[in-house]
Structures are given as structure tokens and as C-alpha cells.
Design a binder for this molecule. Sequence first.
Ligand SMILES: O=C(O)CCC(=O)C(=O)O
Length: 279
Amino acid sequence: MLTQSQIEEFDRSGFLKGDIVLDEDEVERLRRELDDVMEGRTVKKPVLNHNMLGGGTLYDNMKMTVNERVVQIVNIWMASDAFLRHAANPRICEEVAQLCRTGELRVWHDQIQYKPPLSGGPTGWHQDHPLWPIIQPADLVSAWVALDDAVIENGCMWMVPGSHKWGNHQKHLASDKAFKPYHKQPDLLPPGAVVEAVPFEIKKGQVGYHHSLTWHGSPHNRSELKRRAITVHYMPGHIRYEPRAEHPMHDYVRVKPGELLTGDDFPLVYTAPARESAG
Ligand SMILES: O=C(O)CCC(=O)C(=O)O
């Protein structure tokens, strides 16, 4: 459970470091499952399992060299029960529900981003919600859990504090050679907005939360260390299906435009405990 001051910090910054939520054994278990899914050894399959830098990706606002890779697996929970249990982790779900001020959470989708040693490529600067053009409104929260210590050397995420309050700037986000973000048309930013990125180092088994409009990205992994992580993107109960463009999860939607995005492929993982009536 988060404290009031942690919730206020999240509201101010758009991201927050939580506690260690997985012990050594749980991390090991998820790493083994990840290997099995990544190598195609499971019967059930995820929605995507590919090199995210393969061209035409949603995160393509950077130039990269040919040999770089970021293995992106979308909805590993569909291939692995251990990852489904992870998506329903009671501590994480309770904290995300606090940050979203909601009594209900569904999984929008999850994703692994694995940056291999030496050849791990960058995840360009982006905001999540503009890349999810079939759901509204833009108030989802993601829980990013490290399966290796994520540090500057192996390409941890970087965040721009306060940027979740600036609206949708996805098409204007860019990065300089040192992976510093900049806005291509800064006059569109609200008065007082300061674009300054800070590293978001997360320990193995620890959770970090971010808002779906927070500017974030992660640079290369040129270290000898692996950088594996699982994010679950959670929808508060009021998120609706409103298609405006394509998305890999579109094929799994069974509701009509304007309806709440419910269904077996968007599992309900949290319902707030009923309050006892006073008196
Ligand atoms: O793992 C990363 O470096 C990026 C992940 C990301 O963009 C996200 O979880 O929204």
C-alpha cells in the first residue's frame, strides 16, 4: 500500500519507485518462463515476440545501427501462467489502483523489453497513451518490474518529471545523440514546462510506476549485463474502446466502440474490497 506522500509524488512527477515486490525465487521463475517464451518453447504464444527495432515500430524516433536488438514480447501472460499471476500481483494491483483512484483494474496488455548485453538497442522517447489509439481516456498506469538491476549502464528507463501534465506531444518527441529528449516545436509546450530527463534506476524485483502520458525512454545497453523487465499496463475500470487507428490488441477486442473495454483478453485483476458500512 502506498502512502499519501508517495501518491502525491506520483501526481507531481508522473512516476514513482515502489518497493521490492518479487523475491529471488520469483524473479528466477519469471526469468525461466521468459526464456521459454522467447525461444518459442511454450504451447501457448504471446501476441508479439520480435525485435522491436526491426523497422516500422511504434518507438521509432531514433536512428539505430543494424545489429541492435530490443526483444519485445507483448502479452507474455497469454503464454505463461506465471506471468498471468504476476499481472494479478495483489500488492502491485492495490498500489496501481491507489494511483488511478479506481476500484477496478484490467490488464490492457503487458510487455517484456529485453535489452541483451552489448547489443541492446534504445527505446525511443515516447508517451504510452498516444501509441494506444484504441482506448480512452489517457489515465492508465503501468507497473514496470525489473528482472535484472536496471541501471544507467545497461539502459534503465529515463523519465521527464511533470510531463504527464503537458498533453499529447508524441509526434514532437525526439532525442539527441546523448539520448536527451527534446521537443521539435517547444512553443507548443505549456508555460513553465522544463524538459529535463532523470534516470529511473530500478533494482531486480523492484517495481516502478509511470503514468500513460509521462515522457520516457531507455538508451542502449552496451554493458555486459542483461536488462530484462516486465511492464503491465493497467486500465482503471472506466477505460473505453474508442478506435482511431490500428494496434496489435485490436484483434482481441469483442466490445463495441464506446463500451468499456472488458473481455477475457483484458482480464480483471483487481476489485477493491467492499467497504464495511459504518455503524
Ligand atoms: O523497458 C523499457 O525500457 C521501456 C518500457 C516502456 O516504454 C513502458 O513500460 O512503457
